[in-house]
Design a protein around this ligand. Sequence first.
Ligand SMILES: NC(=O)c1ccc[n+]([C@@H]2O[C@H](COP(=O)([O-])OP(=O)(O)OC[C@H]3O[C@@H](n4cnc5c(N)ncnc54)[C@H](O)[C@@H]3O)[C@@H](O)[C@H]2O)c1
Length: 138
Amino acid sequence: MPGLRLEGKNAVVTGAAGGIGLETTILFLREGASVVMADISEAALEKALAKAKEVASDMVGKVKTAKCDVSKEDDIKALVESVDEWGGLDIMFNNAGIMHADDAGKFAIYTFASYHVSPHTHTYNPQTPSTLPRRSGT
Ligand SMILES: NC(=O)c1ccc[n+]([C@@H]2O[C@H](COP(=O)([O-])OP(=O)(O)OC[C@H]3O[C@@H](n4cnc5c(N)ncnc54)[C@H](O)[C@@H]3O)[C@@H](O)[C@H]2O)c1
């Protein structure tokens, strides 16, 4: 399809079973990317995959799911390596996380540290070997 901005690109979206992650997955698929939908909840992933396939039914890329807890470095490493069969990672969307209403006073310590700093720290190193040789990726 002409005009697809992500055709040929391989993306990983964390927290892809709902909300922003699912909508981003659908957008990426509509723009021609192949997407690995990663989430801690396998049950939610199953439903989200069905929804993505339904809404982006004219996708030209591939889509698959991966159970992954972004607070675990080994999970992130396996996730990034799972894109090798498609030729390697181009786009990493570090979206997974939670926000508690009662985190107002400890936001910087708990939510940010556990669900934002850790995933970013964990994804930076494992994704680097995948993107560096091709001198592209985001
Ligand atoms: N929605 C907003 O208005 C808003 C505002 C600011 C920031 N954010 C941030 O954006 C991100 C997505 O928001 P959302 O509203 O789509 O959230 P959401 O709760 O709808 O979806 C988050 C997804 O992340 C998954 N998840 C949670 N912990 C995980 C883990 N350890 N490993 C893997 N997956 C995990 C959940 O299962 C869920 O599918 C979050 O990090 C959130 O903190 C959202």
